[in-house]
Design a protein around this ligand. Structure first.
Ligand code: PHE
Length: 474
């Protein structure tokens, strides 16, 4: 069975695909803004520590599960638990979560694609109009953009692991790095650019509190694509000879580096537009930063380089974000695709067809929940405010379930599959791992404080989000 399973052609292919999943919209705008608001260098330091000491072990555990089982997440939980029914739910969640996140991520990717197309058509001035974003997301053209994004994702995924996912990552990721470097190089030459860099880098430890720490860890978890079944699935496409430990480190470093460098693009741009920007007042939401605030900044570049120049910079920016979004979207749709075709023995094409239809319906419901249809816009209410259909998908699957899935991975790997097997798996392909400090640390942390922290975050999120109760005061 596993001999027939398609594999990545090389370790680099796997690393680029996993890094492609990890590098997403969150890295490019969300991370830099949240770092600047929450202590600059102090946030960067805490984030790096979280990545190294909390996220990396979880990432290695997910990859070990996938490679050992050579199966999709549902199949992996089943096989590694020896059919113990108690773990069925964890496997089920590891597939349901990416399915639902695919829906919410698709909506944002479609908007990005819309903005990218508009800059290509020379409409940057329209994008910068106040009110344009609300108009755009409620216009029927969104469905046209959606159809195109669905076609692109399907074209990549139907090619399979080597000729689809890997090929796309090998083109999109280097292109993304080049565009990022070009933009950083340009933005750093703008007036007042250094003011932004200072805010971003100089540490202010007084901003640190429990809620900032919680936010940083959640951001790191999401950014590394943990708890989504993605790394279990991608690692099921690598061989025993491959080095999981080294690959996981590379993915974590690439993801964090892109996030860091993105700050050298976003913050100087913001401060050069308005040297008196108060970072505390910047919007927390990546969506309003990307679609409302940044187009204004991009348009203002016309005073320097003319309308055509500003449009070219905007085009490169949206293309960069689009490439980052597509590789993430592909990775998340791959999870239910692999599960359907593995479990039901159907072809990838058929699995993709079923998923396009099912996620398509939910995506359309999300798209219509920003004002097109009232019952979807005010779908329900909790935490003392009205919530749209899109809000629910976001709150439940992005904010709440991810730490729970991470918790399940830790408990499953340590207490069901057992740490000797984890070690055995990780030692294959990484001989230096045996008896290293890292091995001891991974085994100890996954057994003790990492699941404890994830449980705390999960309980706290449920209490504050859905019941308006602040149990731990953050
Ligand atoms: N790491 C991605 C990001 O930062 C998160 C993600 C991965 C989202 C895959 C969806 C799908 O945007």
């Amino acid at each position: 069975m596993s001999e027939n399973r398609e594999h990545f052609s090389s370790r680099l292919g796997f690393i680029l695909a996993a890094a492609g999943s990890a590098v997403g919209i969150g890295n490019l705008v969300g991370f830099p803004v949240s770092a600047t608001k929450n202590g600059g260098g102090a946030f960067l330091l805490v984030y790096a520590l979280f990545v190294a000491f909390i996220c990396l072990p979880v990432m290695m555990a997910e990859m070990a599960m996938g490679r050992h089982a050579q199966k999709d997440p549902l199949g992996a939980y089943k096989a590694l638990a020896n059919n113990d029914k108690k773990w069925k739910f964890a496997g089920f969640l590891a597939v349901l979560t990416p399915f639902m996140i695919a829906v919410f991520y698709m909506v944002i990717t479609v908007w990005i694609f819309g903005y990218l197309s508009q800059t290509a058509f020379g409409n940057l001035d329209k994008l910068a109009n106040p009110g344009h974003f609300d108009e755009f997301i409620n216009s029927y053209t969104v469905f046209g953009y959606m159809a195109l994004v669905v076609v692109i994702v399907n074209l990549i995924l139907v090619g399979g692991v080597k000729d689809g996912i890997e090929k796309a990552a090998k083109f999109l990721m280097p292109a993304l790095f080049v565009m990022l470097i070009i933009l950083v190089g340009y933005v750093l030459t703008l007036d007042n650019a250094m003011a932004g860099v200072k805010y971003y880098i100089i540490p202010d430890f007084s901003k640190m509190n429990a809620s900032v720490l919680n936010g940083a860890l959640s951001q790191a978890f999401f950014s590394l694509s943990l708890g989504m079944g993605i790394l279990i699935t991608y690692a099921s496409y690598i061989s025993k000879k491959d080095d999981i430990v080294g690959s996981a480190k590379m993915v974590a470093i690439t993801d964090s580096l892109v996030a860091f460098v993105a700050g050298l693009m976003v913050l100087p741009a913001i401060f050069s537009f308005d040297p008196n920007t108060d970072p505390a007042k910047l919007s927390d939401s990546s969506v309003s930063m990307i679609f409302v605030y940044l187009p204004k900044i991009l348009l203002a570049l016309q005073h320097d380089i003319g309308y055509f120049g500003a449009s070219a910079v905007a085009f490169i920016f949206f293309l960069l974000v689009f490439f980052a979004a597509i590789t993430s979207l592909v990775s998340i749709v791959e999870v239910p695709t692999a599960t359907l075709s593995d479990r039901k023995g159907i072809s990838r094409k058929k699995a993709l067809g079923i998923l396009t239809l099912s996620t398509g319906v939910l995506t359309i419901m999300c798209i219509m929940s920003f004002g097109m249809i009232d019952s979807l816009t005010t779908f329900t209410s909790y935490g003392s405010s009205n919530k749209s259909f899109f809000d629910i998908v976001y709150d439940v699957f992005y904010d709440t379930i991810l730490p729970l899935n991470g918790l399940m991975v830790c408990l499953f790997v340590m207490y069901k599959w057992k740490k000797v097997r984890l070690s055995e798996e990780l030692r294959q392909g990484s001989p230096n791992y045996a008896n290293s400090f890292m091995e001891k640390y991974v085994n100890f942390s996954l057994q003790t404080f990492i699941p404890a922290i994830l449980l705390l975050i999960f309980v706290n999120t449920v209490a504050t989000k859905f019941f308006n109760i602040s149990i731990f005061g953050f």
